[in-house]
Design a protein around this ligand. Structure first.
Ligand SMILES: *Cc1c(COP(=O)(O)O)cnc(C)c1O
Ligand code: SF4
Length: 442
């Protein structure tokens, strides 16, 4: 079953056969909103995931095509007017840039995580938690299809050069040689699985040598199982990818694919099931994660189905995230209380085998903060929270409390409970963990 990827963006989406049957308003919304929120999709998503009979509510359509309500009315009207007036191209572009900037394209805190090697700033690395570095290979900074809730596109570049990979590998390896506290490297993007097997191997193979015994886990964060499972089946270098995975496992390392699935439909096709089997047969594990999103997976039964199905297929449910404050967040966000309610109702429907999942979790500047629940203590209604990961590892697992707020959708909107002025960690929040590891771990 061979498939060749065909991508669609704002510039050619009208050539998708199914699009011609849509209502005019929907097409117009894509044209207007798509100016501000870039989108990209492909023939697999179109032919096998989207339910074209229910486009008004179909979650796969919503994840792949911009919709009217993803923009504020004010912004929508501005773009619509400019297009109707056939305004000057430069004027349109400037206005769109302004709207994009107002949508918080670079959500807070990531700049704190970029480490140094001597004088060199390592832009392709983030090191926030001592044991794990994130690595952003420059050839992996694009995706098979873009998710409408994601605003990583400002960083997308998508160059596919060996020369660059060599230079980056060199810096990465030098950094890891010094940082023996790092046990995990997480390749991320964009989507590292857009890289060729050859480039991926250039990054991964050196890590298998004796010099890097301290690296136990190689992880790859990817949406490819959902949006292009043929990456592992019938692309020209699919077999080379599979051999590389086997090589990692043969070297005694844990290879973990951090797969991003938003909805049970993404697990329903023969292609994805076949791809999961093939990856699992290499000895690699697949852990799953997803943001919790209004209009997409805002029902407990969708999550319990998702986790149940993942376990059936040999995957390990890992994280439920609260989406960051960026892009079309206004369309996708849910109050923290609702996120917790959905999590809890889904969690209690599944057996312990599926309860490896943790959430709802917010990746804030200070760390990954889980909403453990809502309680009432001596008459005060509170959120009970804890760090799943902290910029300072000593914070992890200590429960702490915030005032209940029925509208809060992110940690920065919460205030400490019981009249406290600050959360217990707030004074140390912006210090970089890596520079201080030894001190912090004492
Ligand atoms: C989530 C995350 C990690 C990985 O954390 P795990 O809990 O080990 O999966 C590493 N670095 C950053 C910046 C993260 O947000
Ligand atoms: S695959 Fe990941 S990085 Fe790419 S658009 Fe989707 S959420 Fe963003």
């Amino acid at each position: 079953m061979e498939r060749v990827i065909k991508s669609y963006t704002l510039h050619n989406f009208k050539s998708i056969p199914q699009i011609s049957h849509l209502k005019d308003e929907l097409i117009r919304d894509i044209e207007i909103v798509g100016r501000v929120l870039p989108f990209k999709t492909n023939n697999y998503v179109i032919d096998e995931l989207i339910d074209w009979h229910n486009v008004d509510t179909d979650p796969m359509f919503t994840l792949n095509f911009p919709r009217h309500d993803m923009l504020k009315k004010k912004h929508y009207d501005i773009v619509e007017k400019l297009l109707d007036e056939n305004a000057d191209k430069q004027v349109i572009e400037q206005r769109i840039k302004k709207i994009r900037l107002s949508l918080n394209p670079n959500p807070a805190g990531q700049e704190h995580n970029v480490p140094y090697l001597g004088e060199i700033k390592l832009k392709g690395i983030q090191h926030k938690y001592p044991e794990t570095i994130l690595f952003f290979p420059s050839q992996g900074q694009t995706c098979h299809a873009y998710c409408t809730f994601c605003f990583r596109w400002p960083q997308f570049s998508g160059m596919n050069e060996l020369k660059f990979a060599m230079k980056e590998t060199d810096l990465l390896l030098r950094y890891l040689t010094i940082h023996k506290e790092v046990s995990d490297i997480l390749f991320t993007g964009g989507d590292p699985m857009v890289m060729s097997a050859e480039i991926l191997a250039m990054y991964i193979r050196p890590l298998l040598s004796d010099k890097f015994k301290h690296i136990h886990s190689i992880r790859i964060g990817t949406k490819s199982l959902s949006y292009w499972p043929y990456r592992f089946l019938s692309d020209a270098d699919s077999d080379a990818i599979i051999s590389l995975f086997e090589e990692v496992n043969a070297a005694g390392k844990n290879l973990s694919i951090q797969a991003h699935f938003n909805h049970p439909v993404e697990l329903s096709t023969i292609a994805v099931q076949h791809a999961i089997k093939r990856i699992r047969a290499t000895g690699a594990q697949i852990r799953t994660q997803s943001p919790i999103l209004n209009h997409i997976n805002d029902k407990p039964e969708l999550w319990s189905q998702l986790w149940r199905k993942q376990v059936d297929l040999g995957c390990i449910p890992y994280y439920m995230f609260v989406p960051r404050n960026t892009g079309a967040k206004r369309y996708f966000e849910l109050p923290l209380e609702k996120c917790w309610d959905i999590y809890r109702k889904a969690y209690r429907r599944v057996s312990g085998i599926c309860r490896t999942v943790r959430g709802p979790s917010m990746s804030d500047v200070a760390g990954k903060i889980q909403v453990l629940g809502i309680q009432k203590v001596k008459g005060e209604k509170i959120f009970v929270l804890r760090f799943l990961q902290g910029r300072n590892p000593l914070w992890v697992d200590i429960p702490f409390f915030a005032k209940y707020d029925d509208r809060a959708t992110w940690f920065n909107q919460l205030k400490p409970a019981f009249g406290e002025e600050k959360f217990f960690f707030e004074n140390q929040k912006y210090e970089i963990a890596t520079a201080k590891n030894e001190l912090l771990l004492e």
